[in-house]
Design a protein around this ligand. Sequence first.
Ligand code: NAP
Length: 286
Amino acid sequence: MNTTIFNGSRFVEARKTGLIEKIKYLEEQSIKPSLTVISFSGDRPSASYIRMMNKFSKEIGVGLDVKVIDKSITQSDFEVIIQEMNNSTEITGIIVDMPLPGSLSVEWLRKNLSSAKDVDAITYARKGALFSASRISPSTASAVINILEYNNLVSAGDHVVVIGRSEIVGMPLTLLLLKKGMDATVTVCHSKTKNIADYTKNAKIVVSAAGSPEFLGKEELMENGIVIDVGISLVNENGKYIIKGDVRSSDLIGYSSFITPVPGGVGPVTTYALFNNLIELVRESK
Ligand code: NAP
């Protein structure tokens, strides 16, 4: 059997022109989308994601400012920074590098970050809107939907197993898959699920967002099935750190009908989805 290996960069190239046109249209009306990334000092797993955002922002001509805050910042100082950014007329989107350092309240952020600038849909307002017809979804969940739609992978009623129930990936993705139009039949698995293969082996589509390196292979997956690998883990192999997905993808060549590699699959599409959200936020607030 032929296995299609999804190329995230090629997908983004195909969509980039559309994004640039939307940005130009906004600029003609004197609206300049601009993204601020709040990151924290120290080694953060998100460093490569921020580099990708930086590169992509330059390619599409959107301003991106990375503000690195000392990880020992107090809650009250953090609140001042967020309020200033909420009120800034120059910043149109804000993304905060998660998880927050231990001294900061994620609850406060979810309540107080301006939902009009909440580019990754972390606020309660945006999360609530996911139950209705919101155009802004957390970018990774949105990336998975983009991949499924672009490649016509889901038919009404199809069984999709989502592995992971996090607030930024698994949960919002489940809601998006259930929506009218997508019409999937969804099973959600997590670390307490017993015998995960009982579910994944019988699903036409498996989306894995566990962050458990290479824990899925032929034994757990349906022959001819579709596998979307969201997981990213840094694994030390002979003293060298290597990025691994949740899936043993080399196992699946000639076995699955469609797979997304790690790196190079979901990752680039997530960056695209984030900037698409940035543009949608600006259009929404016009
Ligand atoms: P998370 O908050 O740690 O959530 C992981 C979820 O997977 C949890 O619900 C956990 O279950 C479940 N899980 C963990 N190990 C499992 C296992 N062996 N079997 C079944 N379920 C398991 O992580 P996240 O933020 O959702 O991210 C998930 C993965 O996606 C990470 O590797 C992350 O780096 C990656 N990611 C990739 C992108 C991208 O653009 N490609 C973007 C964001 C995140 P419990 O709830 O029971 O703990």
